[in-house]
Design a protein around this ligand. Structure first.
Ligand code: SF4
Length: 235
């Protein structure tokens, strides 16, 4: 498992739990608003010697062992963990230490998500819904299979585990109609979370950015609410 960075403790990233987060290098997407181009673009990863400075699995598991009884779980997240070939075995090893496991994914690999759920390796999944299924390439810049997008969402909607769909909302890209369309795509979802975009170090340097006001975000929440069980916002 390639580990770029560890945040030792967080109360914000695994709902209701004290967790540690590990960040994995590389992503198949090229979101125009991504804040982490140095961990996403191969040329920048090379320039920043990302693969030379990885944290070893041994060091990570030693750290985890020292946190038994202090942490509830581990979040495996950015930049896209399903690119890691040994994700299953790595997550299983964490689970065998009796930690809860949360996976944050951009939905690229429904098969691994299904297998991790079926084998009770993961306890929570957070999945990005950047755009409605019908417009999904507008923000990610490269072609991907829309089938995978739909399949991963369906897997979560039909599962018994906890999950959250989330959208980073950006002016000029999202409006009430777009949010309603996304909410319809995930109709019945347990949790749908809207978070405001904050401009910082974007992958597209002159990304046309702007943030919504709190009242505007609340309007989005009201639009989405009829379609999902719970909708929350982060301003
Ligand atoms: S999916 Fe996340 S990590 Fe990947 S390019 Fe988009 S914002 Fe960046």
């Amino acid at each position: 498992m390639q580990i770029s960075w560890i945040k030792k403790s967080t109360l914000l990233d695994f709902p209701g739990k004290v967790a540690t987060i590990i960040f994995t290098p590389g992503c198949n997407f090229r979101c125009r608003f991504c804040h982490n181009s140095e961990f996403v673009l191969p040329e920048k990863m090379k320039e920043n010697k990302v693969f030379e400075d990885l944290i070893s699995e041994k060091a990570f598991f030693n750290f985890l062992e020292s946190r038994i009884g202090l942490l509830d779980g581990v979040v495996i997240c950015w930049w896209e963990p399903t690119l890691q070939k040994d994700l299953y075995d790595f997550a299983k090893k964490i689970k065998q230490m009796w930690f809860l496991v949360k996976l944050d994914t951009n939905w690229r690999d429904p098969e691994i998500v299904q297998k991790l759920i079926n084998d009770k390796i993961i306890d929570f999944v957070a999945m990005d819904m950047k755009m409605p299924f019908s417009r999904f390439t507008e923000l990610i810049w490269i072609e991907e299979k829309v089938d995978n997008y739909k399949k991963t969402a369906e897997i979560l909607l039909n599962s018994n585990i906890d999950y959250e769909f989330r959208t980073t909302v950006i002016k000029n890209y999202h409006d009430k109609e777009t949010i309603e369309e996304i909410a319809k795509d995930i109709e019945g979802a347990k949790n749908y979370h809207l978070q405001n975009f904050i401009w910082w170090n974007t992958l597209e340097p002159d990304f046309d950015w702007a943030t919504f006001s709190k009242p505007e975000l609340k309007e989005f929440m009201e639009v989405a609410k009829p379609y999902v069980q719970k909708c929350t916002i982060r301003t």
